[in-house]
Design a protein around this ligand. Structure first.
Ligand code: PLP
Length: 430
């Protein structure tokens, strides 16, 4: 294809020729890396199709139910498909699960009783879970119900503190909470292989402990999931990776029969469990989203790798760095300068298909101790599998960004972020 035509289209979209050329040079060196990601996506695509075929997913399943939702065949088929994809005995996949935090709250509160203890062997849990568990004081937290919490931090080099973990496990330890993605923390995200090693270690000490993985942002990044290595539950949000950008709401919990039964009793009611929960008209979107999720996740990963290579070349610290193996779709760039963070987010917003004309500005947000800037122009409100960026306006002035339903959009967004930085004379193309 004539590349000059594409360049002309980008110029019309606000990308200068010099920024475009600079970005093309970066893209050229990534083709081998992108091929590997395509292979992972292919494997996961085949895995999802096989699960749908084995569950005899059918046209009739695309129709929903109303009211109580008894005998909702589509909902049951989706749950069977999820269980097959994640390699578990059972699954709870519901639009009545409002977000990832809610799914994790159900998984915890359903499987813990007064006197039980949660152990996080990977340091701090995700911000919203601190309130759920009661690490941060919060009305209604698990600590109000007599559930205690302990954590063991990773060692300074990022390794597990195996001795510390062994010492922390005690007769009350009931559930191990393992967060796969670093989220907004500075620790490394965990590969499935590392999670597998951790689960094996913990189960050798206490075989009946429940290992729960907060799987948010990690789904389909690798060819296997932690549930294939002894995790009793994996938990996540449908407006992240597994919803493929189509699921308009929802969460999932895949795991052992017993854990999932407990979760269903907590989500609906003891005794009712999985039998109720009308799917309305959402089953088709959840199914089609799961079908697209492997390639959508691959697109987001390619965007993250493109950004890491681009901004590292420009002299900034990127986490993960340009060449590291990925364990999730989140990319951080440290700018050490609030102006650069703002310019970056403006560029991402300007490239959005929705609300491209809006200018993001830093603002005080509940639960944050500094102003926060957020760039998102998404079809699904708040969906972070769509191209989005956010940054707390404080040291080290790092921007976290993720998503991109297509690689082409992620690339355009990242080019626009650089364009803003260039226009404001905040970086020079070296
Ligand atoms: C997104 C996320 C959650 C849950 O977040 P919600 O915004 O409630 O969906 C939990 N843990 C991690 C690591 C996450 O990335």
């Amino acid at each position: 294809m004539d590349n000059s035509l594409l360049k002309q289209y980008y110029v019309n979209l606000g990308v200068s020729e010099s920024v475009y050329d600079y970005c093309c040079d970066i893209e050229d060196i990534l083709s081998e890396r992108f091929k590997e990601i395509d292979k992972i996506a292919e494997l996961n695509q085949v895995k999802v199709i096989k699960a749908m075929q084995d569950a005899k997913f059918s046209e009739a399943h695309l129709n929903g139910t109303t009211g109580y939702g008894y005998n909702d065949a589509g909902r049951e088929a989706i749950e069977e498909v999820y269980a097959k994809v994640f390699g578990t005995e059972d699954a709870l996949v519901r639009q009545q699960i409002t977000c990832g935090t809610h799914a994790l709250t159900i998984a915890l509160s359903a499987n813990l009783r007064p006197g039980d203890e949660i152990l996080s062997p990977v340091g701090d849990v995700y911000d919203t879970l601190q309130g759920v568990i009661g690490v941060r004081e919060q009305k209604g937290s698990l600590s109000e119900f007599g559930i205690t919490y302990r954590q063991v931090n990773l060692l300074p080099n990022g390794d597990f503190d195996f001795e510390g973990i062994k010492a922390a496990i005690n007769p009350a330890t009931k559930l191990i909470e393992i967060q796969r993605s670093k989220g907004y923390d500075v620790r490394p995200s965990l590969s499935v292989a590392r999670i597998a090693r951790l689960i094996k270690f913990v189960k050798e000490i206490k075989p009946d402990v429940i290992c729960m993985v907060d799987n948010c942002y990690g789904e389909f990044v690798e060819t296997e999931e932690p549930s294939q290595y002894g995790a009793d539950m994996v938990v996540g949000s449908l407006i992240k990776n597994p919803g493929g950008g189509l699921a308009p709401i929802g969460g999932y919990i895949c795991g052992t029969k017993e854990c999932i039964e407990n979760c269903a009793y907590r989500l609906t009611s003891p005794g009712l469990g999985k039998e109720v929960g009308a799917s309305l008209n959402v089953t088709r979107l959840i199914a089609q989203g799961l079908f697209l999720a492997p390639t959508v996740t691959a697109s987001a990963l390619k965007g993250a790798i493109f950004a890491a290579n681009l901004y590292e070349r420009l002299g900034f610290k990127t986490i993960p760095n340009a060449t590291e193996t990925r364990a999730d779709i989140i990319q951080a760039v440290e700018f050490n300068d609030p102006e650069k963070v703002i310019a970056f987010c403006e560029g991402i917003q300007a490239a959005a298909p929705v609300d491209s004309f809006v200018t993001p500005v830093p603002w005080a947000m509940p639960g944050y101790d500094s102003d926060v800037i957020m760039a998102a122009g998404a079809f699904i409100s708040g969906a972070s599998i769509e191209l989005s960026a956010d940054a707390p306006i404080k040291e080290p002035y790092a921007v976290y960004f993720q998503g991109g339903l297509t690689y082409q959009h992620a690339k355009y967004g990242i080019m626009m972020s650089l364009q803003r930085l260039v226009d404001k004379n905040l970086v020079e193309l070296n």
